[in-house]
Design a protein around this ligand. Structure first.
Ligand SMILES: [Zn+2]
Length: 260
């Protein structure tokens, strides 16, 4: 390829990545007329979701949830199960639910192919069964269903396969930014995370908030307390996601979920 074309294709690739990033950060999922079946989200209800746990912060997150009497949905991994084997059981307390994220959070390994993704998911489910942890067949893809780490065709195959096999796929509608997703140094001040969760959920009746249960994000537990109190003050309740909940995915994938 001549240097000019090479540069142009690089620029196009960068533009595509930026567009993808903008969609992931900004767009609440858009629903077409025909939606997959499932129980819709409750109105005036917040869904707190935590990816990547358990971690050193799990206990602090759980104690906030206990004190506030609020449940959450945990999309877990298995990577550090040896250190946190007791934590998995605690995640199910208080009406909270355990759901599926990945066994090992390694994008290259996960998204090499649809098959490698499913092998990882099988490992995760086998690990949870071994630990005796009840879980929902509810999946959040690492990076979300539209991410720059995976080839779109691989993502399409993954989503079609999950839908065919009866898994419910779930993204989010609000990024708290607790992972410094916009390139900020972590951990962020809890006030900033809480402000993101509030401002970005403005006008949403059923915000699904993305948070992380992961070692570096040590301010997340305090942010969660602030988020809960602020939404309570606005009259919101708190709910959990289950396998029966209607899937919520970034808009490009509705046709993949409906099997087209
Ligand atoms: Zn993750």
């Amino acid at each position: 390829m001549n240097p000019c074309r090479k540069l142009r294709s690089r620029l196009l690739a960068v533009a595509a990545m930026l567009t993808l990033g903008a969609i992931m950060q900004a767009a609440a999922p858009v629903r077409p007329a025909a939606e997959p079946a499932g129980v819709p989200l409750e109105p005036r209800t917040v869904y707190l979701t935590f990816d990547d746990g358990p971690s050193r912060n799990t206990e602090a997150i759980l104690s906030v949830l206990r004190e506030e009497e609020v449940p959450a949905t945990f999309f877990v991994t298995l990577a550090e199960r040896e250190d946190y084997s007791d934590a998995y059981a605690a995640l199910c307390e208080n009406g909270s639910r355990v759901a599926l994220h990945c066994s090992v959070h390694d994008y290259d390994r996960l998204y090499e192919s649809a098959r490698s993704y499913r092998e990882d998911l099988r490992e995760l489910e086998a690990g949870l069964r071994e630990l005796g942890i009840p879980y929902e067949t509810l999946v959040r893809l690492p990076g979300g269903s539209l991410n720059a780490q995976a080839d779109p065709q691989v993502l399409r195959e993954i989503l079609t396969g999950l839908s065919r096999d009866g898994y419910t796929v779930f993204d989010w509608t609000v990024t708290s930014g607790d992972d410094g997703g916009e390139g900020q140094p972590v951990p962020l001040p809890p006030e900033e995370i809480a402000r993101n969760a509030l401002e970005r959920g403005e006008g949403q009746s059923s915000p699904v908030i993305l948070l992380h249960d992961s070692h570096p994000f040590t301010t997340t537990p305090e942010a969660v307390r602030q988020i809960i109190r602020a939404y309570k003050a606005r009259g919101y309740r708190f709910g959990v996601l289950t396998a029966d909940t209607r899937p919520l995915v970034f808009s490009d994938w509705w046709d993949a979920l409906s099997g087209d």
